[in-house]
Write a protein that binds this ligand. Structure first.
Ligand code: CP
Ligand code: NVA
Length: 311
């Protein structure tokens, strides 16, 4: 029986040491290529001859472009496929798709509408599968977020991070990451949009310092970083109800004042100024949202190297 491929499905699947290795390597690669043009291929082209297929069941700007540029900088190639243009869109099974693509490409990244499709793809693929966001989690994003926080403030295990708003897919990856890496995570969410119960139970079981409150103020008090995300995610259908529930959770200057004076503001983007965050916070001095976006590129490179075994 062949070895299980090195998938990257969720942060909770990796050990702290493995996560640290991904973070350290992405930081080292970022520093090493300072001053080179964006298209410069790393000197040893570690993924030369390798092909990554990217399947999108939902739209994307950052995930798509950062993975594509990451593969190019590592000397590899990509294929971008909209699920609607595949037979997957008209009933071919995920399992068959996994087996077929595994005969052509060296790794598959998928942005899936349903997390069970990601898991099914990984179960049947004989090449590594990477989670490029599902309705349940967004691990590549939160790895970039941790990298960004640590660039600005040092090791995250000495800090409290506040998540404010919907307890959504990105929140779940934060729960996974903070439990694995240490540090405190406080999630301020309305009861109806509380974070995933199984992620919270997992964090509790692992001794994670994860707290849930319905008060945005309580979550952010003395936090080193305030994190927001859209009120309506791509897979959500109840936009009006969410707007009503989440209005009291807007990140604005008054809320930021309750955090530490040097607190960072983070958002995975895309953002809606005037909804989950005001323009003054989003574009203000505490915001590191474009560093997060840039770091998607550096972290994807490190994740690709891990998955494709180029140590
Ligand atoms: N943050 C993020 O994943 O952005 P995209 O939806 O543009 O990929
Ligand atoms: N929670 C958002 C993240 C977008 C990158 C969504 O799923 O739409």
């Amino acid at each position: 029986m062949a070895d299980t491929p090195r998938h990257f499905l969720d942060i909770s699947d990796l050990s702290q040491a493995e996560l640290r290795q991904i973070l350290d390597r992405s930081q080292a690669m970022k520093i090493a290529r300072k001053g080179w043009p964006k298209g410069h291929v790393e000197a040893d082209a570690p993924l030369k001859g390798r092909v990554l297929a990217m399947i999108f069941q939902q739209p994307s700007t950052r995930t798509r472009v950062s993975f594509e540029v990451a593969m190019r900088q590592l000397g590899g190639e990509v294929l971008v496929i909209s699920a609607n243009d595949m037979q997957l869109g008209r009933g071919e099974t995920v399992a068959d798709t996994a087996q077929v693509l595994s005969r052509y490409v060296d790794a598959i990244m998928i942005r899936a509408k349903r997390h069970d499709h990601l898991l099914e793809l990984a179960q049947h693929a004989t090449v590594p599968v990477i989670n490029g966001l599902t309705n349940k989690s967004h691990p590549c994003q939160v790895m970039a977020d941790i990298m960004t926080f640590e660039e600005h403030r040092g090791s995250i295990d000495k800090h409290a991070i506040a998540w404010v708003g919907d307890g959504n897919n990105v929140a779940t990856s934060w729960i996974h990451a903070m439990t694995k890496l240490g540090g405190e995570l406080r999630l301020g969410c309305p009861t109806e949009l509380s974070p995933d119960a199984s992620a919270l139970a997992w964090a509790k079981d692992k001794g994670g310092k994860v707290k849930v409150t319905t008060s945005a103020e309580e979550a952010v008090t003395d936090a080193s970083c305030v994190v927001a995300d859209v009120w309506v995610s791509m897979h959500d259908t109840d936009a009006k109800a969410r707007h009503n529930m989440l209005k009291p959770y807007q990140v604005n200057a008054a809320l930021m004042k309750k955090a530490r004076p040097d607190a960072l503001f983070m958002h995975c983007l895309p953002a809606h100024r005037g909804e989950e965050v005001t323009a003054d916070v989003m574009d203000g001095p505490q915001s590191v949202v474009f560093d997060e976006a840039e770091n998607r590129l550096h972290i994807q490179k490190s994740i690709l190297l891990r998955c494709l075994g180029a140590e």
